[in-house]
Write a protein that binds this ligand. Structure first.
Ligand code: PNW
Length: 590
């Protein structure tokens, strides 16, 4: 297995060099074992060029290997959603204060606060991402992505070596999925387009079949009265771009991303008015360096790679934003930031400095350039200016103001503190695990306060997630007050990995997702509270429409507001979905 693998890896690097366009073997010497195109003997391989072709099939065969095929592999028409599927759960999901009131479920008691409301213009829905739900990995011309390699080749990268080959098969079942969310009363569906379906290589030829597919997804949404909200990039980087120039590590990606955006905006701009360019750059830039041996390697030091990625992201996002506003003047275009609310662990000066550093290296890395003048926070710049080029004045103007709203995937909060050795000592030691942020996080109160969790933990597979809805109003105030987004704040993902849900076998038990239900209940109240205090929250998207491939956790952690039986692909609404809908039934102005 190992031998086969490393043999293949050598071949892969060779294949990476065989571009479908004229290609120069870049970045120094070829890796050992590399097969270079036949030529007269020379020691200067960097001068080799080739015009040899590599097909999309070659990419699959060399880098990924066979993929699983679903039984259902043509588009399925929707059937009416049985009315029994739409019966909300009994009142015991709505908190103990209602127990003993027989009619509490439908009563005015639920509407506890007359000062709360969502305006008519408030938009809300549920969300997903292409690789997590679509399946149909190789179908209709899709090119491989880094995630196909990570799930297929990098043993243990996903906990049970599960892949997105079939996932929820939404590539073929989207009509039913859209019919279901419409039936329960969801006004918007946020999904992502797979870049490597539109451009199988990430650049070059455009795949019309994929455009036609997404056009039908969008048209189906509209037909059902569900607003389509589209993300261009949710982590599924076309493999060819990674192997040609290192993906997001190279500014070469900017042109390719903007060209992808241009094709998609041009095709769908008259039907889609809310667009996210990239999802959570803190997370996907944080996956660099990618595991060695499977992708084009990079000479950039590991700790610097996320920041090279970040530089490319800010340029790619902002140029796509400018183009999008030109092509679609009435659209709302943004990128999705992420991170938790950072609570100082103690009231020490060191902890408040650590909190500021955590904002700077988290949300601020993206939000300061975008909302506050085009450049990084000072603490970030102190570090990155030792290796990254400065943005030009023109680039800063392009980046500044390049998001119509502050879109935040705001799942949780965490206590934040200075490192044990102190911030200064951490900053002086670039191999400290906390460097360069030099802030520590925990989900527990200090031992002096008993060491309790700040809120109930999600599934152990998602240790970063605790229910922290008490902090949401402050969090929303912080975003508005700090970055002052003209178009308001949107919570573009929030949700909860119900603990141990994957171990449940009885459908009724699975659907009775009490903690997720309370998460949504309390979260929606927290948003209403913040709005009543003057925060301009404009929309929410719950994660997720269905259980799906939770990245490195595979299918072992569940975030769906619908259960999916992965054998039959049958969907069932969980209690949490009804709770989310109910917040708007009760509070949204008609
Ligand atoms: C989001 N954090 O990721 C992603 O956009 C989704 O694809 C994913 O399925 C979902 O959340 C649930 O995990 C996050 O550490 C990953 O704060 C990590 C964090 C937040 C969001």
């Amino acid at each position: 297995m190992t031998t086969q693998c490393s043999l293949l890896v050598s071949l892969l690097f060779a294949a990476g060099a065989l571009a479908q366009e004229s290609y120069t073997l870049g970045n120094g010497a070829a890796p050992s074992g590399t097969v270079v195109p036949n030529a007269t003997s020379t020691s200067n391989v960097t001068s080799f060029t080739t015009t040899m072709d590599i097909t999309v099939d070659d990419l699959w065969n060399l880098y990924v290997g066979p993929v699983e095929i679903a039984e259902v592999n043509t588009t399925v028409e929707a059937t009416p959603v049985p009315s029994a599927d739409l019966i909300p759960p009994p009142p015991h999901f709505y908190g103990s204060q209602y127990m003993g009131y027989e009619s509490s479920y439908e009563s005015e008691l639920y509407k506890a606060n007359a000062n709360w409301s969502f305006p008519k213009t408030f938009w809300w829905g549920v969300a997903s991402a292409a690789y997590q739900v679509e399946g149909a990995a190789k179908d209709e011309g899709r090119g491989p992505t880094i995630w196909d390699v990570l799930t297929h080749r990098v043993t243990g990268y996903t906990v049970a070596n599960q892949t997105g080959d079939i996932a929820d098969n939404q590539y073929y079942l989207y009509k039913q999925d859209i019919a279901r969310i419409a039936a329960i009363g969801t006004p918007a569906y946020s999904f992502s387009i797979a870049w490597s379906r539109i451009f199988p290589y990430g650049r070059g030829p455009v795949n019309e079949q994929a455009l036609a597919h997404y056009e039908d997804v969008i048209d189906t949404c509209i037909e059902y009265g569900v607003e389509p909200i589209v993300t261009l990039y949710h982590w599924d980087l076309p493999l060819y771009l990674q192997n040609t120039y290192g993906g997001w590590l190279s500014e070469e990606i900017v042109d390719d991303f903007v060209e992808y955006a241009r094709v998609v905006f041009t095709r769908f701009g008259s039907k889609v008015s809310k667009w996210a360019t990239v999802n959570e750059p803190s997370v996907f830039c944080g996956t660099y360096p990618l595991p060695a041996g499977y992708f084009k390697s990079s000479s950039i030091p590991a700790k610097q790679q996320p920041f090279y990625c970040g530089q490319s992201v800010l340029l790619a996002h902002s140029r796509a934003y400018r183009l999008g506003k030109q092509l679609m003047p009435n659209s709302t275009i943004f990128f999705k930031n992420n991170g938790g609310y950072k609570i100082p662990l103690t009231n020490s000066t060191a902890d408040s400095m650590a909190v500021q550093r955590a904002w700077d290296f988290g949300e601020g890395l993206w939000a300061n350039p975008t909302f506050l003048g085009g450049d990084y926070p000072a603490s970030v710049k102190n570090y990155t200016s030792t290796f990254l080029r400065d943005f030009t004045a023109a680039e800063m103007r392009m980046i500044d103001g390049s998001s119509d709203i502050f879109a935040h995937d705001a799942y949780t909060s965490q206590f934040t503190s200075a490192p044990d050795i102190g911030i200064a000592a951490c900053l002086a030691n670039s191999s400290d695990p906390l460097f360069p942020t030099c802030a520590n996080t925990t989900y527990q109160y200090p031992a002096s306060l008993g060491g309790w969790d700040l809120g109930p933990a999600a599934d152990p597979g998602s240790p970063w997630l605790h229910k922290a809805t008490d902090w949401v109003p402050r969090f929303l105030h912080y975003m508005q007050d700090t970055w002052k987004p003209a178009g308001g704040v949107a919570v573009t993902e929030f949700g909860f990995g119900e603990p141990f849900e994957q171990l449940k076998t009885i459908l009724g038990d699975i659907r009775s997702d009490y903690r997720r239900t309370m998460y949504y209940h309390d979260y929606m109240e927290a948003i209403l509270q913040a709005m009543s205090e003057g925060v301009n929250v404009v929309g929410t998207l719950g994660w997720s429409i269905v259980d799906n491939l939770e990245w490195a956790q595979g299918y072992t952690v569940k975030f769906g507001m619908q259960y999916v039986n992965l054998t039959t692909q049958e969907r069932s609404f969980k209690a949490s979905y009804f709770e989310y809908v109910r917040a708007f039934q009760v509070y949204q102005e008609k």
